[in-house]
Design a protein around this ligand. Structure first.
Ligand code: FRU
Length: 542
């Protein structure tokens, strides 16, 4: 008789009890990161939605607070955002800045059509208590059953609040001076992007490309619900373009869908509001689940977890502005060292991993470039999840087809992959601890580790295949091959893989309770690792 596995993440937020879906109202205020969430406090599947609430001072330790918003006569409380009203534009805060939540009221009653309207609630006590605005709703549109998930931000250039709202198969932009009265600006989405499911949970923010403040673009995130057509379920896409306070114009006419994450369990994510300018990061969190099987996952008494908080960046890849993500650097404070190997052979790594028993940890590996290798994680008698780089296809992948319990849905087991782009293969070797995004700011440039030449031919093939511009190497004679660098975050029911160039694969897994081993594998026994490091991740509150 095996014990029932405890799937609650040691360092991922999940509600103490019952159901959670989308992250909502993320805002930073007075030293606290607020995380509200779609919550059904009376059941472990989706139901009448409330806003649950948690706060953190370090993005690792989360304290769950009482429910912030409950259903009322205008409906249940669907997704939305929160902002700091610094200058009392609303008139709610005569005594200094406070928080305003902008959310969707969802009304479903027998005999009437479903309606969704946008409403406000405000708090003058750091989000502890909330008052719904007496003039709710502040925005309604007749005849639109899908009209929801307002994300609001202050737009400096036009000096007004902007709301981006999901409207069926498009998003709409509205603007306001006081958050109470809204005017329609424009719509976006017809004939572009993925329309496999209903458009939900948009976000719009400006980013400096490659950290260059002189070159900013706007990123529009749009989550795509499970329309039943895409075998993969619900996912999040993004667009890059220009925004003038009224209209979003995409940079690329190409209709190739661009996914935020290459796994299957990162949905409805949006970014934090009011991160101080001196910090300057665009911080993001997503719901680590997929509508395809969300209500069936085998957890007990609670259901739903968030991804790690991440930093989003916009980086040029082969001339195209590309959205990248890396774990928020705060996670490093929760590291407890377990293993550190440098310049190790495959055999040495294999031996070092053998005695380890780990459930919630981070593994960082830097392997000689262009060679296939990977790790099998949460490995037990009957299960294991493989994460690795396949040199033949140039792919980063996560294979959860034998990860443990997957019988709750036919579409759960599977392998998820993404081709690593040129810039990624050419990643630098800055110490992860140095940089803002965990891997340092240097995302291009040749690896400076010397002495490895095995695999040179293979590397050349991969580089050709993925179109690395070899001219970049001119004048770099004597430098070694480009390493493949992965950071893998494993928890009791999740794996998040980040490669150095900022690609991510996020997947849930439900391993057996005894599955706490890990091992390494490679196509070529001669593979060497510049480094392999492992930390237990232990938040102080855990
Ligand atoms: C996305 C979503 C939102 C909606 C909420 C309801 O997962 O469907 O569009 O506001 O969940 O819980």
């Amino acid at each position: 008789q095996t014990a029932k596995p405890d799937y609650r993440g040691a360092y991922h937020f999940s509600p103490q009890q019952n159901w959670m879906n989308d992250p909502n109202g993320m805002v930073f205020f007075d030293g606290e990161y607020h995380l509200f969430f779609q919550h059904h406090p009376f059941g472990d599947t989706w139901g009448p939605m409330h806003w649950g609430h948690a706060v953190s001072r370090n993005l690792i330790d989360w304290e769950e607070l009482p429910i912030a918003l409950e259903p009322d006569g205008q409906g249940t409380i669907f997704s939305g955002s929160a902002v700091v009203d610094w200058h009392n534009t609303t008139g709610f805060f005569p005594d200094g800045p406070g928080l305003v939540a902008i959310f969707t009221h969802h009304l479903e009653a027998p005999g009437i059509p479903v309606t969704q309207t946008q409403s406000l609630a405000y708090s003058a006590d750091r989000g502890r208590t909330w008052t719904k605005y007496a003039g709710n709703p502040v925005l309604a549109r007749e005849g639109w059953p899908d009209f929801r998930d307002p994300k609001v931000f202050w737009h400096e250039t036009s000096g007004r609040w902007i709301m981006v709202l999901a409207c069926g198969q498009t998003v709409s932009f509205y603007h306001s001076l006081d958050l109470k009265s809204w005017r329609h600006g424009s719509d976006f989405g017809e004939g572009i992007g993925s329309h496999e499911g209903v458009w939900e949970c948009p976000d719009l923010f400006e980013m400096a490309t490659d950290g260059n403040p002189g070159r900013t673009r706007w990123v529009l995130l749009v989550s795509i619900g499970d329309g039943g057509k895409d075998p993969e379920g619900s996912r999040t896409q993004y667009f890059v373009g220009g925004f003038d306070g009224e209209t979003f114009v995409p940079d690329e006419a190409s209709n190739e869908v661009r996914w935020l994450d290459h796994g299957r369990d990162n949905y409805a994510g949006v970014s934090w509001s009011d991160i101080p300018a001196e910090d300057g990061r665009r911080l993001y969190i997503g719901w680590m689940n997929n509508w395809r099987y969300a209500i069936l996952t085998p957890t007990d008494g609670w259901r739903g977890a968030m991804t790690l908080p991440r930093e989003l960046t916009l980086e040029t890849v082969r001339g195209v502005d590309t959205l990248k993500q890396r774990p928020a650097r705060e996670i490093q404070a929760a590291r407890v060292p377990v293993l550190e190997l440098e310049n190790a052979t495959l055999g040495e790594v294999r031996e070092a991993l053998k005695p380890l028993r780990l459930e919630s940890f981070e593994l960082e590996a830097q392997a000689a470039g262009g060679q296939s290798f990977g790790f099998r994680l949460r490995e037990g008698e009957r299960c294991g999840t493989s994460v690795g780089f396949d040199a033949d296809s140039g792919e980063l992948y996560l294979d959860r087809s034998e990860s443990g319990d997957s019988g709750f849905h036919d579409h759960f087991a599977g392998r998820h992959a993404v081709e690593i782009e040129a810039e990624t293969v050419a990643s630098g070797t800055a110490d992860p601890a140095d940089g803002a995004g965990g891997y340092g700011d240097a995302t291009t440039g040749l690896a400076k580790t010397s002495g490895r030449s095995a695999g040179a031919e293979k590397t050349a093939t991969v580089r050709e295949k993925i179109g690395v511009d070899d001219r970049r190497e001119e004048g770099e004679a004597g430098q070694a091959l480009l390493d493949t660098r992965l950071r893998i975050f494993v928890d009791r029911s999740s794996v998040e893989v980040f490669e150095n160039g900022g690609l991510a694969i996020t997947d849930l897994i439900f391993p057996d309770s005894e599955a706490d081993r890990l091992s390494v594998f490679a196509a070529d026994e001669s593979l060497t690792f510049a480094s392999v490091r492992i930390w237990r991740i232990e938040p102080c509150g855990a």
